[in-house]
Design a protein around this ligand. Structure first.
Ligand code: SAM
Ligand code: SF4
Ligand code: SF4
Length: 344
């Protein structure tokens, strides 16, 4: 529910601003080939110095201003968000903001111990998505590039479950020739569990992952594969702006989701603003330019002035990158923001 007296701010296509994604760090302990390929993000790569990251106070102030503009959901992401020290403190600060009803986290799970999951839950985190692209260790290692074992991510998922998070979503990016053969294995593993597996089409985020349309295993291909083995049927969306198409197994084994951002663009439902780790406001995952919010937060500007500035940015928004790329798969606007700066 919107805060009392709030009229949602609309962009050029009448899309309301509802969801804020905050990248709390640009650092990551993985080097997933589709996000931070190790050839580019090697030991010489320079990440942001701490003073360039927004402080918890700045992030909370930002979330409070966004809540007054109609935002009800916040997703904390990265880089790897659990690398940001004292994250539960930030979660608690955001959870206390009137109007913020839902706080979610996307993580690779590598640092999600039982205790940490519980402290995030106690701080007011509502939902967790954990990324896992394969059950086979060789395949997973080839993707994460740091030999991180599958078993530890599966433990993280159980830790989140034990802490009381529900439902927990498992994000699997599917890339042709890399982990296609894991599509059914992952489905089998997560059937009859409380976890919702979501297949994600490999996207052309950033400028370094060598994206080509031929490497995208399409949502239709994935669904056909699953349906042939375990028949499924579509489910209605849970809410406006939901990115995944939902399906349920006819035999009652649970639910899966598909995020078809390449072949079935959902830009016209996109109500998400994104804050990069260095405090730039982006109105699209594929934007090549951000708006410098950090500079405003560190100036003498009042909350009202910053709010008016955000309103101006959002009302001028006409982004629909995926739609344009779906129409023309070679379309590119030039340099884009990197995924590890802006999160998923
Ligand atoms: N490090 C955390 C993680 O991996 O869950 C959070 C940040 S990560 C950038 C957020 C999500 O974006 C992950 O689920 C990841 O798999 C997904 N992602 C990253 N690069 C992608 C790409 N090129 N195509 C599709 N999804 C991608
Ligand atoms: Fe790190 Fe997540 Fe990107 Fe993988 S997808 S490199 S875990 S930020
Ligand atoms: Fe939203 Fe941009 Fe993705 Fe379209 S391409 S759904 S506008 S983030």
């Amino acid at each position: 529910m919107l805060l009392k007296g709030v009229t949602p701010v609309l962009d050029e296509f009448q899309r309301p601003l509802k969801d804020l994604r905050i990248s709390v760090t640009d650092r990551c302990n993985f080097r997933c080939t589709y996000c931070m390929p190790k050839e580019v993000f090697g030991s010489n790569f320079t990440f942001l110095p701490h003073h360039e990251l927004l402080t918890f106070e700045e992030l909370t102030r930002t979330a409070r201003i966004f809540a007054k503009l109609g935002v009800t959901k916040v997703r904390v992401t990265g880089g790897e968000p659990l690398l940001r020290k004292d994250l539960p403190v930030l979660i608690q600060m955001i959870a206390s903001i009137p109007g913020i009803e839902d706080i979610a986290l996307t993580t690779n799970g590598s640092l999600l111990t039982k205790e940490y999951a519980q402290s995030l839950k106690n701080a007011g985190l509502n939902r967790v998505s954990i990324s896992l692209d394969a059950l086979n260790d060789d395949i997973f290692s080839r993707i994460n590039s740091v030999d991180f074992p599958v078993k530890r991510v599966l433990e993280a998922i159980d830790n989140a479950n034990a802490a009381g998070f529900f439902p927990i979503k498992i994000n699997m990016v599917v890339k042709r020739g890399i982990n296609e053969e894991e599509v059914l294995k992952m489905a089998e593993h997560f059937r009859h569990t409380p976890y919702i597996l979501r297949y994600i089409e490999f996207m052309d985020v950033g400028n370094n992952n060598g994206w080509q349309m031929k490497d995208v295993v399409t949502a239709n291909e994935i669904l056909q594969k699953i349906n042939a083995k375990w028949p499924i049927e579509p489910l209605a969306k849970n809410r406006d702006g939901e990115v995944a198409n939902r399906f349920r197994y006819l035999d009652g084994a649970g639910e899966i989701g598909i995020i078809a951002s390449v072949t079935q663009a959902f830009c016209m439902d996109c109500n998400r603003a994104r804050l990069s780790s260095n405090g730039k406001l982006y109105t699209c995952l594929f934007a090549h330019q951000g708006n410098d919010l950090r500079q405003l937060l560190r100036s003498e500007k009042s909350d009202l002035e910053i709010s008016e500035w955000i309103e101006q940015v959002w009302s001028g928004r006409n982004d629909r990158y995926s739609m344009l790329r779906t129409e023309n798969t070679t379309f590119s606007p030039g340099d884009k923001i990197e995924m590890h700066h802006i999160g998923g």
